[in-house]
Write a protein that binds this ligand. Structure first.
Ligand SMILES: Nc1ncnc2c1ncn2[C@@H]1O[C@H](COP(=O)(O)OP(=O)(O)O)[C@@H](O)[C@H]1O
Ligand SMILES: [Mg+2]
Length: 718
């Protein structure tokens, strides 16, 4: 075994010419290899940008990365030995290298054996001096620069390093997912493949490790992929532990993407409805609070539920009265009104049985209201011999009496405190269809009807859009814990480790809101997990096209955050605090210069693919220490599948050739096949009629507002 010192003679390629902490200049010897070095144990490209050289010193050897290569014309070659002054020297090219010091390679003896191995330590203890020899590393040395020395860092292999004798590039999932990863590069540079590969290889390795321990159960991992382009659903078809969600209707292999609107918090509602701070936001919050409280109160039959119910009956009757005779005298209003009175009476009677404190007065109220209804109730037998029920016209005084009776009773029941002890942001289910009605009721009560139209319209739009309704108000509602089971994952990864949320069919109206809500719920879920269990739950949230959802911008603007701003704020929060709770982010973006700086600054590992745009390069340049800037100069010319890994998860910045994913395991984002379609190799028939029909149908559902917003009392669920 040679020591670094002994190798000097064989592998010297030049001498140190100048030294500064950030850059070392090297003058190459004339006989240094021109393109390939053959004396290192295997043919190695040399000299090459981003390649490595060694400068031995007393502790080991400083590892330098080549950041520049140039030729300087000299009047004579640098000759070794005696100069022959009889010769005339012609101008001669001198080759020079610029190096960035990366660390120190030291040689260690394996415990209990005589074999030595190399190990890279971060930092440079002793800088070389002018005149020191510069060596080519041997294959073993090269590999030890790239290959991690800590066992933990050798957990998952993601590719090889073409500049270091194809050494394995490995990462420690704790590091790469634990402190947020940003995968940046132009479209088509291989970001999605790298992300898919990283997830796949990590899980595969974890599974192998379990099997090694004799356990064949599932890997206890959670990856939640927010996939706005719908690329990933086909990438994991060979794995059994994947859940795919898509906007209903869904076909084989997919589950329904649902995100009930009761899960949204008041901020998300405000952003979506563009509620104004003055009147609309307080109303919106109060309505949310009351709806959630009613649900909780109903469970416990409490006075609060009674109070809220009476209040809503009162409002509804007052509303009818204000509409005038059509609401209770004419057809069909009078029948509806009669039925409503009966329903109110029944409901109050129910309460009288459950709440003994007010039994008597509630019974009286119920009797009084039913009496009014009964007095107009008639039946007759029609031609088909069926009994038909109907109500005669009610008088205005009937309505007034009912209103007054409820009002009187309300005085006996203690009003619940304004905040009801319920937080408007707490994800307690309520009927989303009731939301607009409740806001309207409250606005009416406070004489603010004129301010809430736009708010009501946005809420109604959400529920009348055929594509959105199944997502925000699914026919079969899911509970919170069920949602968490499905979208984050069940106990011990029982229903799989990967959850792909295909958002490609979500309309742009609501996309930011959906992403913000999902991300927030995942964040709050792991936050609560830690609070209750005292341990964090390792979870990874993957966001594609991150620049669209976490765009660079300021919060200084007046008024409400827009859904896009809110989305950014949510991710900024996760970026800042997620690590504490075990929530890691993987962001993939083709426009890093448009990404929120707060979020980027919190990313500790970067996988940089080809990047051509100046501004983007400039930005990533700022993310790495000055002396490594040279490495990034290669970014515009990186071939697909190659990337530079740097940051927390990489001991040294490394050019990686990412392991190739077979065709069927790649995320699909097919480029349009112009040529094949032109030449008839691929069929494309058009039926614009079909598309137009589909289109106009959707327009009807979203574009035009419901005819009249004033008739919603018909929807009051009595
Ligand atoms: N690791 C890889 N294995 C196999 N093919 C890859 C890999 N990385 C990139 N590619 C090729 O490059 C193409 C574009 O990659 P993709 O991940 O979709 O890029 P991006 O997400 O940056 O737009 C893929 O269709 C694939 O052919
Ligand atoms: Mg992509």
């Amino acid at each position: 075994m040679q020591t670094p010192i002994e190798q000097v003679a064989a592998l010297t390629i030049g001498t140190v010419e100048s030294v500064s902490p950030s850059e070392i200049q090297v003058l190459l010897a004339i006989d240094a290899p021109q393109t390939t070095a053959l004396n290192t144990g295997a043919p190695t490209g040399f000299p090459r940008i981003n390649g490595y050289v060694l400068i031995p010193n007393e502790t080991g050897a400083v590892v330098g990365m080549i950041v520049s290569l140039r030729v300087e014309r000299s009047t004579f070659p640098k000759r070794t030995g005696m100069k022959d002054f009889g010769l005339i020297d012609l101008p001669f090219p001198l080759r020079k290298l610029g190096l960035t010091p990366l660390g120190t390679l030291i040689q260690e003896k394996e415990k209990g054996s005589e074999t030595y191995y190399y190990k890279l330590e971060r930092g440079v203890v002793a800088f070389p001096s002018v005149g020191d020899p510069v060596l080519l590393p041997t294959v073993a040395q090269l590999k030890s620069i790239i290959e991690a020395s800590e066992p933990a860092d050798r957990r998952v292999s993601i590719g090889t390093s073409p500049l270091a004798a194809d050494a394995q590039v490995t990462v420690d999932p704790n590091k790469i997912f634990g402190r947020h990863l940003a995968v940046l590069g132009n479209t088509g540079s291989g970001k999605s493949c790298s992300v898919a590969g990283l997830i796949r290889w990590s899980l595969k390795k974890a599974r192998e490790e379990r099997q090694r321990q004799g356990r064949n159960d599932r890997v206890n991992a959670r990856f939640i992929i927010l996939d706005p382009n719908g690329e990933y659903s086909s990438a994991f078809t060979d794995l059994s532990d994947v859940r795919r969600f898509r906007v209903p209707p869904v076909s084989n292999g997919f589950e329904k993407l649902v995100l009930p609107a009761w899960m949204w918090n008041s901020q998300e509602w405000s952003a979506f409805t563009e509620a104004k701070p003055g009147v609309q936001r307080p109303l919106l919050k109060r309505a949310l609070r009351e709806l959630r409280a009613t649900d909780v109160a109903k469970e416990s039959n409490s006075e609060v539920a009674l109070y809220l119910s009476l209040q809503s009956y009162y409002r509804s009757l007052v509303d009818d009265k204000s509409k005038g005779p059509t609401a209770y005298m004419a057809k069909p209003g009078k029948n509806d009104f009669g039925q409503k009175l009966h329903a109110i009476g029944d409901s109050i009677e129910d309460y009288s049985k459950k709440i003994s404190d007010h039994e008597e007065c509630l019974k009286k109220l119920s009797d009084r209201i039913k009496e009014i209804a009964d007095s107009k109730y008639k039946t007759f037998t029609n031609d088909q011999n069926e009994q038909v029920e109907y109500y005669q016209a009610f008088t205005t005084s009937d309505v007034e009496v009912a209103i007054e009776a409820i009002d009187k009773t309300l005085e006996y029941i203690p009003a619940p405190p304004e905040n009801l002890g319920i937080n408007e942001d707490c994800p307690i289910p309520f009927k989303v269809e009731d939301f607009a009605i409740r806001i309207k009721d409250l606005a009416y009560e406070q004489g603010q009807m004129q301010y809430v139209d736009s708010l009501l319209l946005r809420i109604k739009m959400l529920l009348s859009d055929e594509r959105l309704k199944p997502v925000v108000s699914p026919a079969t509602d899911v509970g919170l814990s069920q949602w968490l089971d499905e979208f984050i994952g069940k106990n011990l990864g029982d229903n799989g480790c990967i959850s792909i949320i295909d958002l490609s069919l979500i309309s742009s109206d609501i996309l930011h809101t959906v992403i913000a809500v999902v991300a927030r719920i995942v964040f709050e879920a792991v936050q609560r997990y830690r609070r209750i269990e005292q341990k964090e739950l390792p979870t990874v949230l993957v966001l594609e096209e991150a620049h669209t959802f976490i765009y660079r911008g300021s919060d200084q603007e007046e008024g409400n955050p827009t859904p896009a701003q809110m989305c950014r704020q949510t991710f900024e929060r996760i970026a800042r605090e997620g690590r504490k709770f075990g929530l890691g982010l993987v962001l993939s973006s083709q426009r890093p210069s448009e990404l929120s700086p707060t979020v980027l600054a919190q990313c500790n590992t970067f996988l940089l693919h080809r990047m051509v745009n100046d501004r983007d390069q400039e930005l990533v340049g700022k993310l790495v220490p000055d002396n490594l800037g040279g490495l990034l100069k290669e970014l515009p010319s990186l071939p697909s599948r190659q990337a530079i890994l740097l940051g927390w998860a990489a001991s040294v910045p490394t050019l990686v050739e990412i392991t190739e994913l077979p065709e069927e395991q790649r995320p699909k984002s097919p480029d349009p096949e112009f040529w094949k379609v032109w030449t008839g190799e691929e069929e494309r028939s058009i039926d614009w009629k079909k598309i137009a029909d589909d289109w106009t149908h959707i327009e009807n559902a979203t574009g035009t507002p419901p005819k009249s917003t004033g008739k919603s009392d018909e929807e009051v669920p009595f």
